[in-house]
Design a protein around this ligand. Structure first.
Ligand code: ADP
Length: 359
């Protein structure tokens, strides 16, 4: 996979302990932690059940599986599922990403070297260049590409037959894909954030593979701070393991997990220093808002984009912050989470910020 072509926001996100994009250490250990078949894959019941049917049917027909589109946030298991698809079909897999395919020729080179039945995993498929995308339409539908040779009026298209293959495309949002591309996938699955109970199972499974002793309360503590994301759960587990080895006897319980994550500034809802700085500025400096994004960014000493793309999505998802036409507004839950009381509104009912939410 091409890890160098991430956006600036993605790079900023990757530096965080609670960032959902893979960092260098994740890449090194994730291979060992990836579930190898659908049975080992935790959660996402609907997706698993549907995919199981698609793959079984293809196997029964002795055919190559339909193209699959996986949408969902980073770290939810899209790469893992693509590898499972290949394993279940007994097929090899090739991994690449949209940003790595800037020219149609890059894609032609990959497609023409695929083996029959091979799985091609195309991460961040929405970031592929337009000409490559158009070549992909034909390849997906007819297993054929036209390779253009020469330039200008003398250019000719040489048709090239491809072996049948399965494209597994991954994107953060299916809505980012042009409809003609979306329509060419036989099966589309949306991956949801994981429930705490599912993440507890992820933590237990990973602890076993890493040979770390952890009790149920310790696993629950880590799961609750993992922002619904297995990649973050695995990363927090590794940091807590370090702490347990240095400060205790290596065994992880609730107290050790809580103390370790306090050192790393990940709070009990999974907010880190940046998230809390944004909320604190919003509450303490601007009375809970509304305040413009640029002003908020200056107050926390960060770029606008970092606040908007790195901190805000999780705060919005958690119901702590709302983006309104008048600016950013803290919700009553934000005041409660930081242990603060909303100020009474001048001439208002005395319920302060809560009025904005009709509470
Ligand atoms: P994505 O491609 O969506 O960014 P990955 O497939 O790379 O995510 O998953 C990130 C990490 O999380 C992997 O190490 C994998 O082991 C773990 N993981 C993801 N989904 C699951 C799951 N359902 N069960 C267990 N582990 C998972």
């Amino acid at each position: 996979m091409n890890w160098d072509d991430t956006t600036d926001e993605a790079a900023a996100a990757a530096e965080r302990l609670v960032g959902s994009v893979a960092d260098g250490e994740d890449q090194a250990v994730e291979a060992a932690l990836r579930p190898k078949d659908l049975g080992e894959f935790i959660g996402q019941e609907k997706v698993r059940e549907q995919l199981d049917l698609v793959l079984r049917a293809a196997r029964a027909r002795g055919a190559t599986a339909d193209h699959v589109l996986l949408s969902g946030a980073p770290g939810l298991g899209k790469t893992t599922l693509s590898m499972i698809i290949a394993a279940e079909m007994g097929a090899p897999i090739r991994i690449t990403s949209g940003p790595a395919i800037q020219h149609a020729g890059d894609l032609a080179a990959i497609l023409s070297s695929l083996q029959e039945g091979e799985v091609l995993f195309l991460d961040e498929i929405h970031r592929m260049s337009r000409p490559a995308e158009e070549m992909l339409y034909m390849a997906m539908e007819d297993f054929r590409v036209d390779v253009i040779v020469g330039k200008g009026p003398g250019a000719t298209a040489i048709p090239l037959e491809l072996p049948p293959f399965t494209l597994v495309g991954a994107t953060t949002r299916a809505g980012l894909l042009p409809p003609p591309l979306r329509d060419r996938f036989g099966f589309t699955a949306h991956m949801e954030f994981y429930e705490p109970a599912e993440l507890e199972r992820v933590v237990h499974r990973s602890a076993q593979l890493l040979d770390v002793e952890i009790d149920p309360a310790g696993a629950a503590e880590i799961a609750g701070r993992s922002r619904g994301t297995p990649r973050i759960a695995n990363r927090l587990l590794r940091r807590v393991r370090d702490y347990a080895q240095v400060k205790a006897d290596g065994v992880i319980d609730r107290a050790i997990a809580g103390a370790a994550l306090a050192v790393y500034e990940v709070d009990d809802r999974g907010l880190d220093r940046l998230d809390r700085a944004v909320l604190e500025a919003l509450l303490k400096l601007f009375g809970g808002g509304p305040v413009g994004l640029s002003t908020l960014a200056v107050a926390v000493g960060e770029e606008r984009e970092t606040v908007e793309e790195v901190a805000e999505p999780f705060l919005v998802r958690e119901g702590l912050l709302a983006r309104t036409p008048r600016g950013r507004v803290a919700t009553p839950a934000a005041w409660a989470h930081l242990g603060l009381v909303p100020p009474p509104r001048p001439g208002g009912s005395g319920k302060g910020q809560q009025d904005l939410f009709g509470a």
